[in-house]
Design a protein around this ligand. Structure first.
Ligand code: ZN
Length: 195
């Protein structure tokens, strides 16, 4: 039987687990006690999963399902759920992403828009940058007449620590092209906030 050598991913997992065991010790815990024995490896695996977006190419994801289409009206996908990690505190922020774009001869599969939200949110982020990155990615992959992204999120770094504001929502927006026109932005925002 051929001996399997450790993949870079396994090596990464082991190194992360070693560091998490150190962190537990530094916090005054005993990483050898029963409840914690497997925690460093579990946390390592969880963090590999939560940062898998570094290994994905969101432009390629959008371009993997391009269709020629003469539809020139606004396409709106709202309420795409996401979970990300703030790069300042390594704590979750999560909420919804709403996307609108106006095709210019090509459309992408709607599920691909949700996929790229996953890609960008599975990296260390700040909400403002994630909003822009999603918009610019769609612009680059589809070359639409315009694109606009709205992100609404709650940040655990605000809710659990520091100012401890329990119910604060942060909204960020980024628009490109046709959405420079206030009327076009309004048409999208009216769909989001009609109730
Ligand atoms: Zn934070």
């Amino acid at each position: 039987m051929k001996e399997a050598s450790a993949t870079p991913r396994q090596e990464q997992q082991e190194a992360l687990a070693t560091h998490y065991a150190d962190i537990l010790r530094l916090l005054g815990e005993d990483p050898a006690r029963e409840g914690l024995v497997k925690t460093p490896v579990r946390v390592a695996r969880a963090w590999q999963e939560l940062t898998r977006g570094y290994d994905e190419d969101p432009i390629a994801i959008l371009r993997s399902a391009l269709f020629k289409e003469s539809y020139h009206n606004m396409v709106v996908v709202r309420d795409i759920e996401f979970y990300s990690l703030c790069e300042h505190h390594l704590l979750p922020f999560f909420g919804k992403v709403h996307i609108a774009y106006i095709p210019n001869g090509e459309i992408t599969g709607l599920s691909k828009l949700a996929r790229i939200v996953d890609t960008f949110s599975h990296r260390l982020q700040v909400q403002e940058r994630m909003t822009q990155e999603i918009a610019h990615c769609i612009q680059e992959a589809l070359n639409p007449m315009g694109v606009m992204v709205v992100v609404e999120a709650r940040h655990l770094c605000m809710q659990m620590r520091g100012v401890a504001k329990q119910n604060a929502y942060t909204t960020t927006m980024h628009h490109i092209g046709a959405f420079e026109h206030a009327e076009t932005r309004q048409e999208f925002l009216a769909q989001l906030y009609r109730d």
